[in-house]
Design a binder for this molecule. Structure first.
Ligand SMILES: [Mn+2]
Length: 322
């Protein structure tokens, strides 16, 4: 077994052992084993336990540990639909970024700094939140890592998350992608929103988003389309020559499947609709990483939200490793 292999059942039962993402080795991103590794890891998964950027309920700081816990349910090695076995890839759990529970600015600054370190030593980077504020420093870090290139964003969410401010605060879970556009970390003309549904504060929220240049397929339209048609629309918009980051707010999924989140909106996608779209993207885009945000275990039921989250992570990761 290499030092980046998953624990396997048998011989080790899936309910036993210390919990890591997909039962992969925990190699802290601050350790010599990570920083001095001879070659980059294929995929680093990091938790960001942060929830002080929210506008309604809190509790996403428990998201990374809940996703680690449920990720022991399955072996997560062979992807049947892709006919791909990723057990030979060096996928590792690099731990959590120890962000401040009291200062959004401190948390965002630390997250950006540490994400740059992680990106130096891993080909793909996946983030488990945490509230959606965190996508902003992650995108900022990855853009800088790639020499200031503006990334393409594929964003699944109930909401646009491109407001300018909330209660006068510019960095919240409702503003990450406006901040990323302002920094040119993402190119809105090569970025898309998918799965938005539910009411808004007012029409200017949507108008402001459109003015930035994003294109959107809201849930009502999306569920009438074949997954391949959605994927083709995404690929046409983001372009095959761009570096692509996928951000999934778990509230894009209907609360019937994913109740454990802080701003649920009834009438969302089903998990399989999301998974089928992600599968269609495999091998067709340069996916450099992604995130799954807003899992809030204290509102979850039978770990269904965490299960959707880890399945989403699995689909994003396997789509990127093609
Ligand atoms: Mn969001």
């Amino acid at each position: 077994m290499s030092n980046s292999s998953a624990l396997s059942a048998p011989p080790i039962p899936r309910y036993s052992g210390v919990k890591t993402f997909f039962r992969r080795p925990h190699i802290p991103y601050t350790s010599d084993s990570f920083l001095l590794a001879e070659k980059p890891f294929d995929c680093a998964i990091v938790g960001v336990p942060f929830d002080i950027g929210v506008s309604f309920r809190t509790g996403q700081r428990e998201g990374p540990s809940a996703v680690r816990n449920i990720s022991h349910l399955s072996q997560y090695a062979y992807h049947v639909e892709h006919d791909t076995d990723i057990s030979g890839y060096s996928v590792i759990d690099v731990g959590d970024i120890p962000v401040s529970p009291h200062s959004i600015d401190d948390a965002v600054n630390l997250c950006k700094k540490d994400m740059k370190t992680i990106a130096k030593h891993a080909r793909k980077v996946f983030v488990v939140g945490g509230d959606h504020t965190i996508s902003y420093p992650v995108l900022s870090a990855l853009s800088e890592h790639y020499g200031g290139e503006s990334l393409s964003l594929i964003h699944f969410d109930s909401h646009y998350d491109t407001m300018d401010q909330y209660f006068g605060c510019k960095v919240t879970h409702g503003t990450p992608f406006r901040r990323a556009v302002e920094e040119k970390a993402i190119d809105p003309l090569c970025s898309v929103h998918l799965g938005q549904h539910g009411p808004l504060y007012n029409k200017s929220v949507e108008d402001g988003d459109k003015a930035l240049g994003f294109d959107t397929i809201r849930t009502g339209e999306l569920v009438k389309m074949e997954p391949e048609a959605v994927a083709a629309w995404i690929i046409k918009k983001v372009g095959k020559n761009k570096k692509v980051y996928i951000s999934v707010d778990i509230d894009v999924i209907d609360p019937g499947f994913a109740p454990g989140t802080v701003t649920p909106e009834s009438g969302g996608m089903q998990p399989r609709e999301l998974f089928n779209i992600l599968r269609c993207l495999r091998g067709r885009l340069d996916i450099i990483g992604g995130d799954v945000m807003e899992v809030c275990p204290c509102y979850d039921v039978a770990e269904t939200t965490s299960l959707v989250a880890v399945s989403t992570l699995w689909e994003m990761m396997t789509a990127s490793l093609a």
